[in-house]
Structures are given as structure tokens and as C-alpha cells.
Design a protein around this ligand. Structure first.
Ligand code: IVH
Length: 679
């Protein structure tokens, strides 16, 4: 064995060892909820693995845990035939029909029957195929006969093993389950969307199904999808019953129902207990459950019961009725959000529903009000289904009395500032265009500006903003930076002592160091979220270049489409915005990217030079230094060869690379030398 291949073996060994450690941690953290290392340690290991694989692509395996971070882009999902058709379950809402099911089962079988009760997860069905313990394919249900291949996206789901543990799994098998979005993640996504005025996702199931069909798997990776597996198919399964095989699947690394989420029952009475338990407890879960599933446990019994054309005869779903209540609509009020969007809210006579008192419910927009034909004093049916916020389903017309007046007329003036409301084409919501003069919009914009992801002035909360606004001390975000000259007035405010005033002023001073991209996000331009702000800041580098950019140029920036471009143009065409930005500039906020990056402006200084980038950098992320090489005319190559011109070496450059570069006599430059080169 020559020296070179020995080195390769070392790398392969290292990649293998790192992969194993990372997958074990994934399993401990996500499946067992028992982490064994810190997030920091984990991130470092994953970073190291990704780097090693990038530098040595010949050792990148399809089962590498680096695929959890995504990156693969699927332009069009392939439709693939299911090996076993993906049938659905017969379902019922009635206990009587459960009795009928039980009778049918006992009639067809001889001897005792054991049922397995599980939760009915309300997500998106998925079939995962494993060959030799490696995940090779993930298909959605589709029409039951054919589904979409969403393998790249599914590999980002941390609770789905890419490589199995143990040994007693069949050479080839399929395991099915339900992909879902935990409520916490769903709420977070909607909160972020609300912040940039994107339409909200209707419920966690739609969100999960939309996420699974996204083209960019690195976006999927950030969405925190999860998956319970509940059905195994294939030849050579180790056991003869459903329950035992699920247990085995657990030992292979799958997240299967356990604890009180699964129960073996030998009578319908025991099944009934399970149904009753989860009818109450389901609201405590972080995911949606719309019923329970009852399955005959033994495979020989399942086989003799068989299938109908569409469903299995050995299983049935008992679905929970969404709880409903009937109550009176007292009034409709209209809320104005930070971006001016109007939300109509139904104020209801308080009514008990699924354990909580309901007093209000969103009516979403004018179309919904029109469709429901809901009027003040009407009795309405309120339902609490998968969603946590109760929904008005319909009006109880039988109870519509003489105290119910004419059709509801949607407001046409802003309830806060009386400006005439507008509604853009294709948008569901009306909005108040009086951005600079409408109180909730002003306060909302200031709250957004001082928020954690923007200027992070944590000494100013919603309550302080309310006080400062009501005492006329701030009317817009630029006024914040003039507060230092108004200490006396600040001290006059209720419950505002010297110490809190100092805290506020100090927080404001510190915020002047917040980088440009976060200031830009803080301006609250419609549709400009954190990521878009970052891309714009990196591209234009200075706010005046962004402010004077033409439509065509805006569209050149990654991720900027018509909607965002229009919104930016609209923002900077407004004199008040320009004045605001000028005042922020005078106050000393960072309205351009830092010096080092500015110096590295577009040029052709690196023309026809090829670079290998390795290690960690002080002034750039690896992505941004690569971007910088490219906009200066250079070329990035992933592996060192005799044709490479430079190795741009950051901290922690791999020793193997160093040796190879030296051997081939390639020039190694530091980050500082690079900056000098392109300055
Ligand atoms: S077993 C032949 N178990 O509900 C039986 N399905 O409406 C295969 N579902 O297609 C399915 N939780 O997408 C099974 N614990 C569970 C389930 C479950 C949710 C879904 C599944 C199924 C649909 C039927």
C-alpha cells in the first residue's frame, strides 16, 4: 500500500467515525430526547464532516448524516409506482360501528383476537424503502398506486434514520408512517411569516405537506418536520405480529409509538379506555391527532381478513368529532397590524369548548364574512379541530331572530385613523395605507425595529413603546435616537426611574453597532424578512445603492422576485422613508456593510485564477469569501490539483490539504493576503 492510499484510508475512516457519532447523537437527541453532547460540539462535528466530504467528494456516501442539512434541489418530483399499494383505513365516528367491526373480525377468525391501539396522526403519509439498512426511497401516498419521490427532503428529517442500527432487519422492506410538523414549529413559521406579511399557513398538516414538496431541501431541513412510523411491509420480517415488529423497528432507530401512545387490547372495553384517554389528552400533545387506529395484531389473522379494494379489513380508524359549540356573535371588531393589515375578529358570548372558554375567533377577511353571511346577534357554530384557535364553521340559521339586522358591511375606514382602506389585487386582506400616521402601525413598526432579530434593544419593550408613544416622545424609529436629549421628559413618565432611563439610553447607544443587514430588516419593509435583508445588504453593500436601485437590478439578487422588488421600490419612493433613513444615518447607525467587505468590491483582479477555499475565516463566512472570489473574476474548485492557482487557507485548514498543496507547489495565501489582493 503506498503512502497516498494510506492517507485516503485515514480520511475515509475519519468520515465514517464522524458519521457514526453524528447519527448516534441524532438518535439520542431527536428520537430518545436524551442528548449526550452539547449543541456546540454537535455543530462542530457536523461542520467537520461536511468539510471533509467537500474536500474528498469520493468518500461522500448516500447515507451520510451531512444530508440532514439538505442542499439538494428537486426541480420536479418523480412519480414512482408503490411496490405495495398505499391503501387507506376505513373510518368511523361511532362506537356502534366499532362494535360492528369487532363482530366482523371475530366472525372471520377462530380464537382470540388481540388489537393494537395507536393514535391516528394527522399529517402526511409516507412510505420509506430500506435496502441493506440504507434509506433508498421515500414516496408520498399520491393516488395510492403511485406517489412522489421526496427522498432528498425526507433525508433532512432527523427522526428518520438514513442508516439503520442493529442487524435483524430484512434485506429489503418498507416502513410507513406519518410526517408532521410539531405545533411549536408551525406557530414559529407563522410568526415569521406574519412578520414579513406573508399569508399564514392554514394548519400543521397543510404546512407539512407543503414543506415536503419544497424544491430546496436546505429549507426543508430548517422546518423541523418529524415522523412517527406505524406499519412495516416486506418479506423476512423478524416477528409474526405488528406490535413485535414495531418494537424491532424501534431498535433499528425508528421513532415508533411507545408508552401510552400504543396499547395491546384484548377487548373492546380496553379499546374504549384508550379512546377516552386520548380524547382528552390529545390537546396536550405537540402534534395533531384526529382519532385512534385499531389494528389486528397477528399477521396470520391480518392475512386471513385481507383487504377490500381500498382498505384493510383488519384495521379501522375511530375519528374524534371536532368539538363544537353554539354561541352568539356579540360584535365584530377590526384589528390593525404592524403592516396595516386589517383582521376582523368575532367577539362571542363566552362558551366552553374542549376545556377552554372561547370569547373570540378570527374571521380572517371580508370574503369569509361574506361567505358565512354572519351578522351581529346571530348564533354561530364554533369548532375546535386540529387548530388551536377556534373557528366559526357556520351560522345557525334556525336561530336567526328578529334582532339580527342586515348583511354585515365590511368597514371601509381604518378603525384607528379613519383613512380609507385599500385592498390589493389577489390579496385577501384590506389594509390601512396610512403607514406613518396610524397608531398601531407606528407602534408595531417600532416594536419590530427594537426586536431581538433587528436592533435588539431589550430595555425597550411593548409597554415602554406605548408610554413613549402616548407622551409624544417617539413617533417613529428615528425618534428613538433623539431620546438621549430628552432625559428630563423621560424621567417624568410613570414608573420610569433614573435606572430604567439609563438602561434604555444605554441599549439605544449599543444598538448603533448592529450590522447593516439587521438595520435593514428592522426598517420593516414589507416582505423583507431576515434572509432577504441579508441578501440585499451583501449585494448592495450601502443603503443609498439599494435605495436608488432600479427594478431590473433588484431582480438580479438571489431570492428577490416581483413582489419584494415592488415593495422595496415603493418604500424608497416615499419621501418619509428617505427622511427616516437619513436621520438614522445621522444618528450613527450602520447603513453599510463593514469595511473589510466593502473593500472587496467587484473587479476582474482574479481573472483566470482558480482557488481552493479551506478552513474558517475571521471576516467572512466560507460562502461569502467564495462569493467574493467569484465577483472578482476568480474560479472556485473543490479539489486541489496541479492546475490550482491558490489555496485560500483559513483557520483549521485540514493537514492533508496542506501536505498535498506543498507537494504540488501551490501557493497558500491567508485571509489577509487575499484581502490585499482584491482591495
Ligand atoms: S396504518 C392499511 N396507523 O391515516 C393500514 N395509519 O385515513 C395502513 N394514519 O393512510 C395505515 N395514523 O396515512 C395507520 N397509527 C396509524 C395512523 C395511520 C395516521 C393515516 C395514514 C392512513 C390514513 C387513513
Amino acid at each position: 500500500m503506498d503512502l497516498f492510499s494510506e492517507k485516503h484510508n485515514d480520511i475515509e475512516y475519519k468520515i465514517d467515525a464522524l458519521s457514526k457519532q453524528i447519527e448516534q447523537h441524532n438518535y439520542n437527541y431527536y428520537v430518545l430526547s436524551q442528548p449526550t453532547m452539547s449543541d456546540f460540539e454537535f455543530d462542530k462535528m457536523l461542520e467537520e464532516l461536511i468539510l471533509l466530504e467537500k474536500e474528498n467528494p469520493e468518500f461522500l456516501k448516500p447515507d451520510s448524516p451531512s444530508q440532514r442539512v439538505g442542499g439538494q434541489v428537486t426541480k420536479e418530483f418523480q412519480t414512482v409506482k408503490h411496490k405495495y399499494p398505499m391503501l387507506s383505513l376505513g373510518n368511523t365516528y361511532s362506537r356502534e360501528e366499532l362494535n360492528d367491526f369487532d363482530e366482523r373480525v371475530h366472525k372471520a377468525l377462530i380464537g382470540e383476537v388481540e388489537y393494537v391501539c395507536e393514535l391516528k396522526y394527522d399529517g402526511v403519509a409516507i412510505g420509506l424503502k430500506y435496502i441493506d439498512g440504507i434509506l433508498v426511497q421515500a414516496l408520498t401516498r399520491g393516488d395510492g398506486a403511485k406517489g412522489d419521490d421526496v427522498t432528498a427532503n425526507v433525508k433532512t428529517i432527523r427522526t428518520i434514520p438514513i442508516k439503520l442500527k442493529g442487524t435483524n432487519f430484512p434485506k429489503e422492506f418498507e416502513i410507513r408512517g406519518e410526517i408532521f410538523l410539531p405545533r411549536k414549529s408551525f406557530n414559529k413559521i407563522n410568526k415569521d411569516r406574519e412578520e414579513i406579511d406573508e399569508p399564514l399557513l392554514a394548519n400543521p398538516r397543510n404546512a407539512a405537506s407543503g414543506t415536503l414538496k419544497m424544491q430546496d431541501s436546505s429549507v426543508v431541513a430548517k422546518r423541523n418536520l418529524d415522523c412517527f412510523l406505524y406499519f412495516i411491509l416486506g418479506e423476512g420480517l423478524p416477528f409474526k405480529s405488528h406490535y413485535e415488529n414495531l418494537e424491532a423497528a424501534k431498535s433499528w432507530g425508528f421513532k415508533v409509538p411507545e408508552g401510552d401512545k400504543i396499547k395491546i387490547c384484548s377487548s373492546l372495553n380496553e379499546v374504549s379506555d384508550f379512546i377516552n384517554l386520548w380524547n382528552k389528552k390529545r390537546y396536550e400533545l405537540d402534534f395533531d391527532v384526529d382519532g385512534i387506529v385499531l389494528k389486528v395484531n397477528r399477521y396470520d389473522q391480518q392475512n386471513s381478513l385481507g383487504f377490500t379494494a381500498k382498505t384493510a379489513r383488519w384495521a379501522i380508524a375511530y375519528k374524534y368529532k371536532a368539538e363544537q359549540a353554539c354561541t352568539r356573535l356579540l360584535s365584530i371588531s377590526y384589528q390593525v397590524g404592524r403592516t396595516g393589515a386589517i383582521t376582523p375578529v368575532a367577539n362571542l358570548e363566552p362558551v366552553l369548548l374542549a376545556g377552554t372558554t372561547v370569547k373570540r375567533s378570527s374571521l380572517h377577511n371580508a370574503d369569509i364574512i361574506e361567505k358565512l353571511d354572519i351578522r351581529v346577534n346571530d348564533y354561530v357554530f364554533v369548532e375546535k379541530g386540529g387548530e388551536i384557535i377556534p373557528k366559526i364553521i357556520s351560522v345557525n340559521l334556525d336561530k336567526r331572530g328578529s334582532d339580527v339586522g342586515d348583511k354585515t358591511k365590511y368597514i371601509h375606514l381604518c378603525p384607528e385613523c379613519e383613512t380609507v382602506l385599500a385592498r390589493e389585487e389577489k390579496e385577501a386582506n384590506h389594509f390601512c395605507p396610512n403607514e406613518a400616521g396610524c397608531a398601531p402601525q407606528i407602534k408595531g413598526k417600532i416594536e419590530h425595529f427594537v426586536g431581538r432579530k433587528a436592533m435588539n434593544i431589550d430595555s425597550i419593550g411593548a409597554e415602554t413603546i406605548e408610554q413613549l408613544f402616548n407622551t409624544d416622545l417617539i413617533k417613529n424609529i428615528a425618534d428613538i435616537y433623539e431620546l438621549k436629549n430628552k432625559k428630563e421628559e423621560l424621567l417624568q413618565i410613570d414608573r420610569m426611574a433614573e435606572k430604567s432611563v439609563n438602561n434604555i439610553l444605554q441599549g439605544i447607544e449599543i444598538s448603533k453597532q448592529v450590522p447593516f443587514e439587521r438595520v435593514l430588516f428592522g426598517l420593516g419593509i414589507r416582505h423583507v424578512g431576515e434572509t432577504v435583508a441579508k441578501k440585499l445588504a451583501r449585494y448592495f453593500k450601502k443603503i443609498h445603492l439599494l435605495a436608488s436601485a432600479k427594478r431590473e437590478e433588484l431582480l438580479l439578487v438571489d431570492e428577490i422576485g416581483d413582489k419584494i422588488a415592488d415593495s422595496i421600490l415603493n418604500y424608497f419612493s416615499n419621501n418619509e422613508s428617505i427622511e427616516l433613513v437619513e436621520r438614522l444615518n445621522l444618528a450613527g447607525l450602520l447603513l453599510e456593510v463593514n469595511e473589510t467587505e466593502i473593500n472587496v468590491l467587484t473587479s476582474n483582479k482574479l481573472e483566470s485564477k482558480s482557488f481552493v477555499v479551506s478552513g474558517v475565516f475571521a471576516h467572512f463566512s466560507r460562502e461569502s469569501i467564495k462569493e467574493s472570489i467569484e465577483i472578482n473574476g476568480g474560479k472556485i474548485v473543490s479539489a486541489i490539483s496541479s492546475k490550482t492557482d491558490y489555496i485560500l487557507a483559513g483557520d483549521k485548514m485540514g493537514p492533508e490539504k496542506l501536505k498535498k498543496a506543498e507537494k504540488l507547489g501551490i501557493k497558500i495565501i491567508s485571509e489577509e493576503e487575499y484581502i490585499e489582493m482584491v482591495k
